[in-house]
Design a protein around this ligand. Structure first.
Ligand code: XUL
Length: 539
């Protein structure tokens, strides 16, 4: 268990705001005060704290390598476990005025017709897990790491007029992990389970449903990750629903603005954990939209790179240009008039770790020493490391592809492998970021691996821009807490209040790496070869 209490001031009198982050590997709660200052955070890990669910990294990889799911009952159990810990730590839960949250994007939870009644009738003397274990019509929730719906993606493309048409309508072309394609697969392969489903939730809206004791609506940040929402209107698109499964609209419920109060905390939580009655719950969103909120990214050119289980590159955009070749356009959770652009890599931290384990004796120190020992540009060597099927560029078959300076396949020394994985990841981010309009003036690095200075130096050199870091590395829970505070202000004012009037997150960023101009030129020259070799690897 991890629990930190930060504030020295008397937190028992100030109103508090809570952000919950249901990430792939664990659940975290962040408490802030009314000025946005971090007060406390508590976290748990699914593998370690709930070993009976037998997950690895919070998920189950199935024998057919493309299928990746998580048991939704584990998320239910995690919520009680985390809140009990917070209560044990004497955190003043009665002062929590509003709660919002975050979920790994795209994952889907299939609830039985009886689930709403179960949520409404929770008994605070019993655990959520004991009361809700039979609420699922399908007890394996497909998550964002799943790549098993290529057939359904092609069917969507055909039904909606091609990949570019799907991108222009929904903000992204058909992606295997996007919820609409997962729903189509479930409907086709398990029609009985689909018939038994009364409500389909995202991980985020499922978590919010537990809190309000009712089905929670979806908002446009996370809703855009389904290939079902019209990105321009923020409503479900009838044709996109039609080509997915019958009777879908009533199973999905409405889409509401991200800052909306969707209900009050149910009696289960007030009675069991001492939260105040009438605690507002603000719509939950995806982890990436919440990370954007945590950084308060408003200006085009302010780009964030999050180094986590998945690596992501994202920023705000006022005029979206959805692309069939890469990236996504989502709703912006802190500004209903704006959008966010995002590029996602499945091969993030776990792949860097796999390279560290194989080529740097499992030690980050040895990994950094290898980076320091090898020249920038790796003597013209370029590597592609796909431990998992990749999203950007689309690669279904895991594998490693290494090329020498003459573009021929080559064996690398251990140190060259270390440099190649880091340089390759950033070259890819620069290449694909450019294509979707994410051209950085400055980069904010976040996520677990952003504490690693040598990784940030390569990042600064590849992009040729200064890299900043935050003292608060894991940002989705913080972003959700900011959104709780923001949503509460909007509700009190009875109108949308600009996010920047409530919080200015960028204050906590400090410069961490300066680009070296000559090294940047070298990477710019490598980029053309990188793009060319990537085409070869993908085809
Ligand atoms: C975004 C994506 C991942 C997940 C899990 O499209 O698939 O970033 O949200 O972090």
């Amino acid at each position: 268990m991890k629990q930190r209490v930060m504030a020295s001031r008397d937190i028992s009198t100030s109103p508090l705001f809570m952000g919950l982050d249901f990430s792939t590997q664990g659940l975290k709660a962040t408490l802030i005060d009314a000025t946005g200052q971090l007060v406390a955070e508590t976290a748990m890990q699914f593998d370690e704290d709930l070993p009976e669910f037998k997950t690895k990294g919070g998920v189950h990889h199935h024998a057919h390598g493309l299928i990746v799911t998580a048991p939704p009952l584990m998320w239910v159990a995690a919520l009680d476990l985390l809140l009990a810990r917070m209560q044990k730590e004497n955190l003043p839960l009665a002062k929590v005025t509003a709660i919002s949250g975050s979920g790994q994007q795209h994952g889907s939870v299939y609830l039985r017709h009886s689930a709403r009644a179960q949520l409404k009738a929770l008994d605070s003397r019993l655990t959520l897990r004991d009361q809700l274990r039979d609420m699922f019509a399908f007890d394996a929730a497909p998550v964002w790491m799943d790549s098993s719906t290529s057939k359904q993606c092609r069917e969507r493309d055909i039904a909606l007029g091609g990949a570019q048409a799907v991108a222009e309508l929904t903000g992204s072309r058909s992606y295997e992990r996007f919820t609409g394609n997962q729903i189509a697969k479930l409907y086709q392969q398990h029609p009985d389970a689909y018939t038994a489903t009364g409500h389909i939730a995202l991980v985020s809206s499922f978590a919010a449903s537990l809190l309000i004791g009712n089905y929670a609506p979806i908002e446009p940040g996370d809703g855009a990750g389904m290939n079902l929402m019209n990105i321009h209107t923020g409503h479900w698109d009838p044709a996109a629903l039609r080509c997915t499964a019958p009777g879908l609209k009533k199973r999905l419920g409405p889409i509401v603005p991200s800052h909306k109060v969707i209900g009050h905390l149910s009696r289960y939580f007030t009675d069991r954990y001492g939260f105040a009655p009438q605690t507002d719950v603000i719509a939950f969103s995806g982890d990436n939209p919440n990370s954007l909120a945590a950084l308060g990214l408003a200006r085009s050119g302010d780009i964030a790179i999050s180094l986590g289980t998945s690596d992501t590159v994202f920023g705000a955009l006022s005029a979206p240009k959805p692309s069939a070749t890469e990236g996504h356009i989502f709703g912006n959770p802190i500004n209903p008039q704006s959008y966010m652009a995002l590029i996602c890599y499945k091969n993030g931290s776990l792949t860097r770790e796999a390279v560290r384990n194989e080529f740097a004796r499992g030690s980050w120190k040895t990994f950094e020493a290898a980076l320091a020992r090898t020249p920038s540009g790796n003597g013209g060597r370029i590597g592609f490391y796909f431990k998992e099927p990749e999203i950007t560029p689309p690669v279904l078959k895991p594998g490693i592809h290494r090329f020498g300076p003459d573009d021929r396949r080559e064996r690398f020394t251990p140190a060259q492998n270390v440099r190649a994985v880091v340089e390759g990841q950033y070259l890819s981010m620069r290449l694909h970021g450019n294509n979707i309009g994410l051209i950085p003036q400055k980069i904010l690095a976040t996520g677990g691996a952003s504490v690693n200075k040598s990784l940030l130096q390569v990042m600064a050199d590849v992009f040729g821009t200064r890299v900043y870091v935050s003292s608060q590395p894991n940002s989705a829970a913080l972003g959700a807490a900011y959104r709780a505070l923001h949503g509460w202000h909007c509700a009190r004012a009875r109108r949308f209040v600009p996010f920047a009037k409530v919080i200015q997150p960028t204050a906590s960023f400090t410069p961490s790496a300066e680009p070296d101009r000559a090294t940047h030129r070298l990477y710019t020259a490598l980029l053309t070869r990188y793009a060319h070799l990537e085409k070869q690897v993908v085809s």
